[in-house]
Design a protein around this ligand. Structure first.
Ligand SMILES: [Zn+2]
Length: 99
């Protein structure tokens, strides 16, 4: 069993990558345009250019799957955190591959 702790977020029993990504989601530090508006000319999704690049949008746009349950990242239930974090990781990788 593994306990990964970052600042005040104790995220027990998750693999480090999942824990790190969950931490970034919780603190709005995932590298998407809405989180870093000063870094980009606009906030539009680089794929469809129709919607702002939010977390739920890139997951929808790149994987076709919904993440209405984004608040699950605050859950104490590891499988909820893993579920949402996995979708975000897949979407981010797909976006980065396409850049
Ligand atoms: Zn899009």
């Amino acid at each position: 069993m593994y306990c990964y702790c970052i600042n005040n977020f104790r995220i027990p029993y998750l693999d480090p990558r999942t824990a790190r990504t969950a931490f970034k989601i919780r603190t709005s530090m995932v590298d998407i345009r809405v989180n870093f508006p000063n870094k980009y000319e606009n906030l539009l999704c680089t794929r469809c250019k129709n919607h702002d690049e939010t977390l739920s949008h890139i997951v929808k746009c790149y994987t076709g799957s919904d993440i209405e349950e984004i608040e699950n990242v605050y859950s104490d239930v590891n499988k909820d955190i893993q579920h949402i974090t996995k979708k975000v990781i897949i979407a981010l990788e797909a976006r980065d591959d396409s850049l």
